[in-house]
Design a binder for this molecule. Structure first.
Ligand code: GDP
Ligand code: IMO
Ligand code: MG
Length: 429
């Protein structure tokens, strides 16, 4: 379908990777446009599990170009490991991967800074970042004077740039209480090695995308993180440092909004969150642990247990509007199959008032109480279901209620990690 974007509607890990992999065969180009190695996108093909951090989840489809666009922050050793692991498994990366020379590079000082800053509490709680240097790298990008882009690593003044930034960062880090020794020359040598290895993939991607679109190519955008982690529109400050909602597609890729024809929003049939911050429908009881166990809810990147709770229709109604979402992909329906009763949050109560809009301030979000509607569980294994009509009545009712509360149709339903465990209710996708 011409030009489509896939975005997460919750706090990340909605299974965007699975959906992008499945849709890729209908596209010529797949684009990652924000985030970095904080992302962990899983694609399961039979007994093979691929975990991708930077490389778009389209890479397993031969003949499709995968682009890492300017809005991404790149960790060179991590992407090189991803490339090596794909090559070892027979995936032809060389012809299919293009990394923009405009991406900002994550250096060891960013990771050290992330560690130091994450130790500080915001309102008594740690953001709980992935410690991948994401926030500090984006901060330097916006600060401009101490930033290094991939293209800068091939210029004659790269060594000098590293030396002057290391001098400054060493002072800053010692003030933050981090006594990691940064050795400018060693970092220069190490990163020059990475730059050489990455050279075959480095490309100008912005004109490439404009040319491709004008030539009528089909382009799929792959969001990282989730809309509620968006730096401007999420649960600030418990967010990531990029525009991870639908609004980030254009800024990060360099493709203007007029080209985006369709937006598919991905959501779990329940909710998860990793790291700190308010989570109105969080379950601290046995049911939460049950969902964690059944859904194997442990982080793809950090292995941390994910916090689990009910589907929050207030939050998703908000992120659907924010992202211009046309339809929903509802994932992990198999996980809910084992519960006797399932709740959906239909509204919040804030200071004794019922509200149905997602609050803009984190303090209000901390105070809201979810108003839950209880639906009977279907308690039938749905992992083998392949047509909407074959779902038990309870599961169909649940999907209909989600669509009704969120205000968008359910286009895709997922009943397991595998490619086959997917039902396309909308055949035009
Ligand atoms: P992403 O970051 O949005 O790509 O999602 P992650 O890969 O971090 O997490 C999603 C996890 O759920 C992965 O382990 C997937 O293999 C798995 N998964 C995807 N769809 C389903 C599903 O419908 N049911 C179950 N049980 N697991 C799924
Ligand atoms: P994918 O693409 C889930 C969370 C972190 C932390 C906050 C800030 O796999 O869905 P950061 O390292 O970005 O500064 O951390 O954002 N976070 C994610 N949570 N999925 C992700 O990516 C995430 N990327 C960052 O846990 O709360
Ligand atoms: Mg993930």
């Amino acid at each position: 379908m011409a030009v489509t974007s896939v975005i997460g509607l919750q706090w990340g890990d909605e299974a965007k990777g699975k959906i992008v992999d499945l849709l890729t065969s209908r596209f010529d180009i797949v684009v990652r446009y924000q985030g970095g190695a904080n992302a962990g996108h899983t694609v399961v093909v039979g007994d093979q599990v691929y975990k991708l951090h930077h490389i778009p989840s389209g890479i397993l489809n031969r003949g499709v170009v995968n682009i890492v666009a300017p809005g991404v922050v790149l960790n060179p050793p991590t992407i090189l490991k991803e490339i090596d692991s794909l090559l070892e498994r027979g995936i032809p990366v060389a012809e299919n991967l293009k990394i923009s020379d405009r991406v900002h590079v994550v250096f060891p000082w960013h990771i050290a800074e992330d560690r130091a800053i994450n130790a500080a509490l915001v309102g008594g709680e740690s953001i709980g970042t992935t410690l991948r240097g994401i926030g500090p790298c984006y901060r330097d990008k916006y600060g401009r004077s101490n930033a290094i882009r991939l293209g800068d690593m091939y210029r004659p003044d790269f060594r000098e740039k590293v030396a002057s930034i290391v001098a400054l960062k060493s002072r800053l880090l010692s003030q933050l209480g981090d006594n990691e020794d940064l050795d400018a020359e060693a970092i220069y040598e190490e990163f020059s090695g990475y730059a050489e290895r990455l050279r075959p993939y480095v490309a100008e991607t912005t004109h490439y995308l404009h040319d491709a679109l004008e030539a009528g190519k089909n382009v799929l955008f792959e969001g990282a993180q989730g809309s509620l982690l968006d730096i401007d529109h999420g649960t600030f400050p418990f967010v990531t440092s990029s525009n991870s909602s639908g609004v980030g597609v254009c800024g990060g890729s360099g493709v203007p909004p007029r080209w985006i024809q369709r937006v598919l929003g991905v959501a779990k049939a329940y909710t998860t969150r990793v790291g700190g911050g308010p989570f109105p429908t969080e379950l601290h009881d046995e049911t939460g642990q049950r969902i964690r166990d059944l859904g194997r809810e442990y982080g793809t990147t950090t292995g941390r247990p994910r916090r689990c709770g009910w589907f929050d229709a207030v939050a998703v109604r908000y992120t659907v509007r924010l992202g211009g979402v046309d339809g929903l992909a509802i994932m992990m329906m198999d996980v809910l199959s084992h519960l006797p009763e399932i709740n959906i949050c239909v509204a919040y109560e804030l200071n004794g008032q019922r509200i149905d809009r997602f609050p803009g301030h984190v303090d209000d979000l901390r105070l809201v109480k979810p108003i839950l509607e209880t639906l009977p569980g279907w308690q039938t294994d749905v992992s083998q279901v392949r047509r909407i009509e074959d779902f038990p009545a309870g599961a169909r009712r649940y999907l209909d209620r989600v669509a009704e509360l969120v205000g968008r149709p359910v286009d895709v339903v997922s009943v397991g990690p595998d490619r086959e465990q997917t039902i396309f209710a909308d055949s035009t996708l």
